[in-house]
Design a protein around this ligand. Structure first.
Ligand code: G3H
Length: 476
């Protein structure tokens, strides 16, 4: 019974009347971590309806009070960072230090949101800027919340990526229906417990859990949901985009971020960044480096540096602070193993790794990857790094432009002019010069183009994405 968590509606934690549960198993040990309610559509309906009812009052609450709630929430989270961190570590199989780090980073995002939110002001436009318009016509443009935001978070940052949606929604005056990914749901529930503890008014955030097949489409298409902020896989994101009707969407989906290493790059630095970018948390990050384009004159040197650094990676248990850890589930490990087998069968060289023990895939470096191999294109979300040797930067650009993804890209070069020229050719949200891809610092705009997403996140942009203009024209 202790392992059975409850859902939250109207600040009451309840069990589902269905008495059905979704079990969550630890990736490291395969042991049961706990269960979350498999809610019925009726229960989800209630969660959405009550969030809608609560929204009017919440939007009327002075923004500085909404901001104060967020500050209190951040404090409560930090007070419980070890406990919540331990749950994240267990539930999604990440190292305790990075899990606690996630909670701290989350508190920082919430505080920044509390600060940013009180500085949102509208604007005033005068009519005479447009031909024939009059000075006596003034537009007062206010910022209004959208209503009820549906926040759907992924497994890999179950607290951080949830709060990065909930906090901006709240500061903007929206109420929230929060649907965590199953793996990570308990951590998400603990995060909301801290929010309730901080003084959350009733139904300003309701939590729904359950099986996607039962409640997924129902909640996404619910007529009282006014905006969806989703982070997760591309296929699910596309499905949401097709089903949700005429409401704003922010989608942060898959990636295949390239590291493009030019002939003049500082190879030692590039190799360090590539290793960190590709292998931390076994590459289970949307912004992980998922392929390397390297100019062939320096490819041998880069590959041998990467190989040496891979040998030094700590591989094994997340609970023992390993970098390369078992993947979230067997299906993920099967997929990644399949990519290695495919590349090998088509003539690639396995420079390091290649083996699998249960769901732990050894950090794998695959050289001489060509465009007929699946690993050149599909998102691995695992500790496998393909090296694609190119004769020129133009070849790299040409290949990159064929990618279905466009989250971030890294360029390694000492020549800023070359980097600038390259930036304009890359159809991605962000280009990192001489650094690995990453979302943070969390106030930077975070954008995926092509199949990597829709809309922009990052604290300020996330708040904007959850508000609309309301115009009042004054005719003097
Ligand atoms: O998995 C997607 C995350 O938004 C990536 O965040 O760059 O902080 O790991 P990160």
């Amino acid at each position: 019974e202790d392992l059975k968590y409850q859902f939250l509606i109207n600040n009451e934690w309840s069990k589902s009347t269905t008495d059905k549960w979704v079990n969550i198993f630890a990736p490291e040990t395969n042991e049961l971590v706990g269960s979350v309610p498999a809610m019925s559509q009726e229960e989800v309906d209630k969660a959405v309806r009550l969030a809608k009812e609560a929204q009017v009052k919440w939007a009327d609450t002075p923004v500085h009070e909404r901001s104060n709630l967020l500050y209190r929430w951040a404090d409560k989270l930090e007070e419980r960072k070890n406990e919540i961190g331990a749950m994240i570590a267990l539930e999604v199989g990440k190292s305790p230090s990075s899990a606690v780090g996630e909670v701290v980073r989350t508190a920082e995002i919430i505080r920044y949101t509390a600060e940013e939110g009180v500085r949102i002001h509208g604007e005033l436009m005068k009519g005479d800027s447009f031909p024939g318009g009059s000075k006596n016509k003034l537009a007062l443009i206010q910022k209004e919340p959208l209503g009820v935001v549906l926040a759907i978070s992924p497994f890999n940052y179950p607290v951080n990526l949830a709060a990065a949606k909930v906090a901006p929604a709240l500061i903007a005056g929206n109420t929230v229906v929060f649907k965590p990914a199953t793996q990570g749901a308990i951590s998400g529930i603990l995060m909301v417990e801290a929010l309730v503890d901080a003084g959350l008014p009733e139904s300003v955030v309701n939590v729904v859990t359950g099986r996607g097949a039962d409640i997924g489409d129902f909640v996404v298409t619910h007529p009282d949901i006014n905006m969806i902020s989703f982070t997760g896989g591309t296929k699910t994101g596309q499905d949401i985009a097709q089903k949700a009707k005429m409401i704003p969407l922010v989608l942060e989906l898959g990636g295949k971020d390239p590291a493009i290493v030019l002939a003049d790059a500082d190879l030692e630095h590039a190799a360090d960044q590539i290793i960190g970018g590709a292998f931390s948390y076994s590459g289970q990050r949307c912004t992980a480096i998922k392929k390397v384009f390297v100019i062939d004159t320096i490819a041998d040197e880069l590959v041998s540096k990467l190989e040496a650094k891979i040998q030094k990676l700590k591989v094994g248990k997340a609970s023992e602070e390993a970098t390369v850890v078992p993947l979230i589930n067997e299906k993920a490990a099967d997929f990644v193993e399949g990519l290695i087998i495919d590349a090998k069968s088509k003539g690639a060289t396995i420079v390091a790794g290649g083996s699998r023990t249960d769901n732990l895939i050894a950090p794998t470096l695959i050289d001489h990857v060509t465009d007929d191999m699946v690993v050149a294109w599909e998102e691995q979300f695992g500790p496998v790094l393909p090296i694609i040797r190119v004769s020129s930067v133009f070849e790299a650009i040409e290949l990159e432009r064929k990618s279905e993804y466009g989250l971030q890209a890294s360029i390694f070069t000492k020549n800023v002019q070359d980097a600038f020229a390259l930036v304009s050719k890359l159809n991605v949200g962000t280009v990192q010069l001489n650094g690995k891809p990453e979302r943070g610092p969390d106030h930077f705009p975070f954008i995926g183009v092509k199949n990597s997403g829709l809309g922009v996140q990052g604290v300020g942009r996330s708040i904007e994405s959850m508000m609309r203009d309301k115009v009042m024209v004054i005719n003097l």
